[in-house]
Structures are given as structure tokens and as C-alpha cells.
Design a protein around this ligand. Sequence first.
Ligand SMILES: NC(=O)c1ccc[n+]([C@@H]2O[C@H](COP(=O)([O-])OP(=O)(O)OC[C@H]3O[C@@H](n4cnc5c(N)ncnc54)[C@H](OP(=O)(O)O)[C@@H]3O)[C@@H](O)[C@H]2O)c1
Length: 169
Amino acid sequence: MPSVLITGANRGIGLGFVKEMLKEPSIDVVIATARNVEAAKDLAAIVNPKLHIVQMEVTDEQSVVAAVEKVSAIVDGKGLDLLINNAAIFQSLALDGDVNKATFLESFDVNCFGPLLISNKFHGLLKQAAQLNGSAQIANISSGFGALAQAMMDAIYPNNNKMFFPHSN
Ligand SMILES: NC(=O)c1ccc[n+]([C@@H]2O[C@H](COP(=O)([O-])OP(=O)(O)OC[C@H]3O[C@@H](n4cnc5c(N)ncnc54)[C@H](OP(=O)(O)O)[C@@H]3O)[C@@H](O)[C@H]2O)c1
């Protein structure tokens, strides 16, 4: 697989993806995005000609479009083979906590609309790679906390467990 882009790659699992992808001999181009490139010290410390660091705030359409232009120049007509939508935020929406609309909407903006916006804007580059190599992929990294229909986790939905399973301990 010639090229991969990872969002939210300056720390956590995203940074781990970058390090693992750089070890993979079949990958030629690893694009790591971060919303604050200047603060992305762990990425900057990686010395590897395959690595390209690109600014991208996943809730900002202009930032995403600018990133598409930069990535287009990096892959230089070969398209993007794998897009990993990894960037996310975790905010507790516990019924007995500090729930407010702004927090809820921010979670949806980053975790739900972000991957949709990015997939939409990078679709042209993914299609280009698919035409050249037969396929291209989008990997959306999710979480058990995103499974609202299975809201059984005490840490985020402490009361739902009791509501759904009133006789459980
Ligand atoms: N850690 C876990 O136990 C776990 C479990 C299940 C699933 N996951 C999933 O794995 C993925 C990574 O999790 P993680 O634990 O590595 O998270 P993390 O350490 O909190 O890192 C999140 C990354 O997303 C970036 N990000 C957040 N909001 C952004 C925005 N608006 N625009 C651009 N980048 C943004 C952060 O950038 P900044 O540094 O600038 O904030 C950071 O690079 C997430 O999709 C999460 O749902 C994690």
C-alpha cells in the first residue's frame, strides 16, 4: 500500500499508527495530520523521509480542504490508498454530570461529522488511488463509548445501566 493518512496523529493511538506504518516496507508515504503542528513534538522528533506532517483541524472545512491540497502535492498523482479517521474527543455525557448542548454538539462535530467531512473531501484522492491500484480504504476508528445503543458503560452513562438493566448490580 503506497500511501496512508492518519488524523489526530500527534499523540495516542494516532501516533502509534504512524510509528507502525513507518515500519511497513510496502508503505511509501505516511501522512500524519495534527491540528497544532507546532505543538506536535513527538511527530517532529521522528526522522524518516516517508513521513509528512500536515495541519488539519477536523471540524474546520477550510483546514480540511487545505490539507487535501497539500496531500495532493505529496502523493503527486498517485492518490491516497488508506485514510484512517482516528482523531476524536471523549467528553462525559453522564446523566448526573455537567451535560450541556455545546459539549454534546462538539462531540458530534469532532467524532461524527469530522470523519464524514474528511472522507468527502479526500474522496477524489482515494478514487485516484483505487483507479490506479484497484482499491482504496477508509478506516473509521470508533469506540465502545460511541455505541449509544449499547449504553452500558458506567463511566460515561452511569444511570443507563440501571435503566436498561434495573435488576443488575
Ligand atoms: N484510548 C482508548 O482506550 C480507546 C478505546 C477505544 C477507541 N479509541 C479510539 O481511538 C482513537 C484515538 O484515541 P486516543 O486514545 O489515541 O485519543 P487521544 O490520545 O485523546 O488523541 C486524540 C487525537 O485526536 C486529535 N483531535 C481531537 N480533536 C481534534 C480536532 N478537532 N481536529 C484535529 N484533531 C483532533 C487530538 O489532537 P490534540 O492533541 O490537538 O488534542 C489527538 O491527536 C479515537 O478515535 C478513539 O475513539 C480509543
